[in-house]
Design a protein around this ligand. Structure first.
Ligand SMILES: [Zn+2]
Length: 271
């Protein structure tokens, strides 16, 4: 599943190619995504100039003259910019042509992604209005996490993966940040003290910033903006390493399902 660093990498890649260009044609091949592609998207987009692409949580916000195209990659979605002459691939659901040369294609085999339009401020859209702060912003830190965790009985891993608490901390990065912070992912969120949350806040920011700098970690469905598979294997210390020795202490990495998600941790280094 594309996580925040993959979405950020996608944003940077396609911004560079498309910003300032105008839409000359739109083709919709399959409207049935998590939310249906609006029926009037073709007439809405044609003739508009793409002013800017920003990201909020894992949503990409394409700012046009008259509003915003909101795109989410879901479980298996990808965006590629290709030549308009490149043959369409299976699972390419919408194509947006810019100036007869550049074609933005949204591909999503599992169709959990979405492409919708809003003519108002996207922050007030129902998809985005309840999102917590961005993990790399100044609004998020360990003190904030600590204050929201009091009296919560969920695991600390569930807490940091809750998008209403903080957005964009997916399973891989939650596992890695908890390892760095030395916190066992099973621990009850409300029973962890401030000093440990302060460290965790920094570790969440660091692990995400490193992944953004590396261009996103490895994921089998992620396709880079130039059409080539964009797998930048970030060094993961626990995620996906069940049974391998811990890089710090040599104990074997444990695997357990917490809140329906695979969790990897070292019982010696994390308490
Ligand atoms: Zn260890």
């Amino acid at each position: 599943m594309p996580e925040l660093p993959e979405v950020e990498t996608t944003k940077a890649g396609i911004s560079r190619l498309l910003k300032g260009r105008w839409v000359t044609a739109v083709k919709v091949h399959n409207r049935k995504l998590r939310l249906p592609i609006p029926i009037d998207i073709i007439t809405t987009l044609e003739g508009q100039t793409l002013l800017e692409i920003t990201r909020r949580a894992k949503y990409l916000l394409f700012k046009f003259d008259d509003g915003f195209l909101i795109v989410h990659l879901g479980m298996s979605g990808s965006l590629r910019v290709v030549s308009s002459l490149t043959p369409k691939q299976k699972h390419d659901h919408i194509e947006i042509e810019f100036g007869h040369t550049h074609c933005l294609r949204f591909r999503d085999p599992r169709r959990f992604g979405l492409v919708v339009w809003t003519s108002t401020n996207p922050a007030t859209h129902k998809l985005l209005s309840r999102c917590g702060p961005e993990p790399l912003s100044n609004d998020f830190n360990g003190k904030y996490l600590h204050s929201l965790s009091r009296s919560r009985r969920v695991s600390v891993k569930s807490l940091i993966m809750n998008g209403q608490i903080v957005v964009g901390v997916g399973n891989i990065y939650a596992s890695e940040a908890l390892f760095r912070a030395g916190i066992n992912p099973n621990r009850q969120a409300g029973k962890i003290g401030l000093s440990r949350y302060l460290k965790l806040g920094i570790d969440i920011k660091t692990v995400l910033a490193e992944a953004v700098a590396a261009g996103g970690t490895t994921l089998k469905d992620y396709i880079h903006d130039d059409g080539k598979p964009g797998y930048f294997r970030q060094k993961l210390q626990v995620y996906g390493r069940k049974g391998e020795p811990c890089s710090v202490c040599g104990a074997l990495i444990k695997h357990k399902v917490i809140a329906q998600r695979s969790s990897f941790y070292c019982t010696t280094c994390q308490s």
